[in-house]
Write a protein that binds this ligand. Structure first.
Ligand SMILES: Cc1ncc(COP(=O)(O)O)c(C=O)c1O
Length: 408
C-alpha cells in the first residue's frame, strides 16, 4: 500500500479541513438553528435575472463564444462593469487593472503564489478570515499580527520578519464588515495602515467581498482609492483590491476580481493561465448582464432584509445574553463576533450547544493564526428569519447562562 504521507509536498502538512466546512454539514439537519455558515440567503438570489441572461446568451449569435475558452484576464463586458463599479467607489482604473477570478478566494491564492516565498511574513489582522490563512498557508509564510491599535513601529514588524528568515510581503485585511468580526476599519486607521505599508515597502491586500452590504453609516473609500490619491494613480498604488459577486449576486457562479496596478495584474494573468486558463465565459457573460441590469436595485432589496436580521440578532443578544458576554455591532456584512467570559471555551460550548440547544456557530480559535481566541465565536445572521434568530439566540443565551453559573 502506498504511504501517501511520504509522497506529499511539505506544504500539504499545513493544509487542514476548515472547521466551517465541517460545520456546513449541519445545514442538512432541519432542527439545528444554524448561525455558523457565512453564506448569503439563497432565497434572495436574483434567479429570474440570471435565467433571462443565460437565455439571451444561449439563444443569441454569441452562444458559441460564450461556450468557448476565453481570455485569462476575463471577459471584456464583465471587466467593463467592474471598472465602472470601482470608479463609483473612487478608484480610477481601466480594464488593464482588472483580473476576473473564480471568486475572491482564487484571488487570495494567486496573491499568495505571487508574493510569498517560504519564510516570508504576511501581516494579518487577528482574528482574520480563515480562507485567507488557508490560501496563504500553502506558500509557507510566517504571520505577524497587524495590530493597528498597538502603535508598533515599522521597524518592530520588520525585525520579527527578518528573524523568520524573510521579509514582510504584504498586509492582508478586510476593512469593510470583516469576516469574522463584522468590524469596519475607519478612515484614519486606513490612512495609518497605508503609511505603515509604505514604511515597510510592502503591498496591501484589501479583501472586500462585503463592501456592497452596508446597512447604515457612511460608506468609506476603499484603501485602494486612498492609495491611488496619495501615490498619483492606480499604477503606482501598493494596494490590491479583491472584490466579489458572491455576497451580492451569487456565490455559485464563482466570480470575483482583483483590481491593482497593471504591472501586478499582468503577473497575475500568467498565474491564472497556468492555473485554469480562464473563469467560465458563460458565467461571466451572464454575470455582466445581471450586474448591469439589477446590481443596485437587488443589493438595496437584499440589504433591507439583512439589516432587519442584523437588528433582530442584536436585539435578541441584548435580551438573552448574561453579563460578561460582549459582541460587535456591525454596520453591514453578515457577522457578529462574540466574546465569552475568560476561561470559557467556545469549541466546548459548541459541542453542548449542538447536542442540547441545537444551535450552531463557529468557535473563534480557528480565525487566530496563533491559536488564541478560545473564548470567542462567530454568529452569522444572514440566513435566518426573525423567529429563528430570536429562538436560536434565546436558546444560546440560556446555555451560556447555565455554563457561566455552573462555573461559579
Ligand atoms: C473575507 C472573505 N474573503 C473572501 C471570501 C471568498 O469569497 P468568494 O471566493 O466567494 O468570492 C470570503 C467568503 O466567505 C470572505 O469572507
Amino acid at each position: 500500500m502506498t504511504t501517501w504521507e511520504s509522497l506529499y509536498a511539505r506544504r500539504a502538512s499545513r493544509m487542514r479541513a476548515s472547521e466551517i466546512r465541517e460545520l456546513l454539514k449541519l445545514l442538512d439537519q432541519p432542527d439545528v438553528i444554524n448561525f455558523a455558515g457565512g453564506i448569503p440567503d439563497q432565497a434572495l438570489f436574483p434567479a429570474e435575472a440570471f435565467k433571462a441572461a443565460y437565455q439571451e446568451i444561449l439563444a443569441g449569435p454569441d452562444a458559441g463564444r460564450a461556450l468557448q475558452y476565453g481570455m485569462s484576464e476575463g471577459s471584456a463586458r464583465l471587466r467593463n462593469w467592474i471598472v465602472n463599479h470601482m470608479r463609483r467607489l473612487g478608484v480610477e482604473c481601466g480594464p488593464e487593472n482588472i483580473l476576473v477570478t473564480s471568486g475572491s478566494q482564487q484571488g487570495l491564492d494567486y496573491i499568495g503564489k505571487l508574493f510569498l516565498t517560504e519564510g516570508d511574513t504576511a501581516l494579518v489582522q487577528w482574528p482574520t478570515y480563515l480562507g485567507a490563512l488557508q490560501a496563504f498557508n500553502a506558500y509557507e509564510p510566517g504571520y505577524d499580527r497587524l495590530d493597528p491599535g498597538a502603535n508598533r513601529p515599522a521597524e518592530d514588524y520588520a525585525a520579527i520578519a527578518r528573524e523568520k528568515g524573510g521579509r514582510i510581503k504584504f498586509a492582508y485585511l478586510s476593512p469593510d464588515f470583516a469576516n469574522p468580526t463584522g468590524l469596519t476599519v475607519d478612515l484614519a486607521e486606513r490612512q495609518r495602515l497605508l503609511a505603515l505599508a509604505g514604511e515597510l515597502s510592502c503591498a496591501v491586500i484589501e479583501d472586500s467581498p462585503y463592501e456592497a452590504l452596508r446597512y447604515d453609516g457612511e460608506p468609506l473609500p476603499p484603501m485602494l482609492a486612498l492609495d491611488c490619491e496619495a501615490s498619483g494613480g492606480i499604477n503606482n498604488a501598493r494596494t490590491l483590491y479583491c472584490g466579489s459577486f458572491s455576497k451580492s449576486l451569487s456565490p455559485g457562479l464563482r466570480l470575483g476580481w482583483i483590481c491593482a496596478s497593471a504591472d501586478v495584474i499582468s503577473r497575475l494573468v500568467l498565474i491564472k493561465q497556468a492555473s485554469d486558463l480562464n473563469s467560465p465565459v458563460l458565467n461571466q457573460e451572464a454575470m455582466a448582464r445581471v450586474a448591469e441590469n439589477v446590481f443596485e436595485a437587488h443589493t438595496a432589496k437584499t440589504n433591507a432584509v439583512y439589516k432587519s436580521r442584523r437588528d433582530a440578532m442584536l436585539a435578541a443578544l441584548e435580551r438573552h445574553m448574561p453579563a460578561g458576554v460582549s459582541w460587535t455591532r456591525p454596520e453591514g456584512g453578515m457577522f457578529i463576533w462574540m466574546t465569552l467570559p475568560k476561561g470559557m471555551d467556545a469549541a466546548t460550548l459548541l459541542e453542548t450547544s449542538i447536542e442540547t440547544a441545537r444551535v450552531a456557530f463557529v468557535p473563534g480559535r480557528a480565525f487566530h493564526p496563533d491559536g488564541t481566541g478560545a473564548n470567542t465565536l462567530r454568529l452569522s445572521f444572514s440566513c435566518n428569519d426573525y423567529q429563528k434568530i430570536e429562538e436560536g439566540i434565546s436558546r444560546l443565551g440560556r446555555l451560556i447562562t447555565e455554563t457561566v453559573t455552573s462555573k461559579l
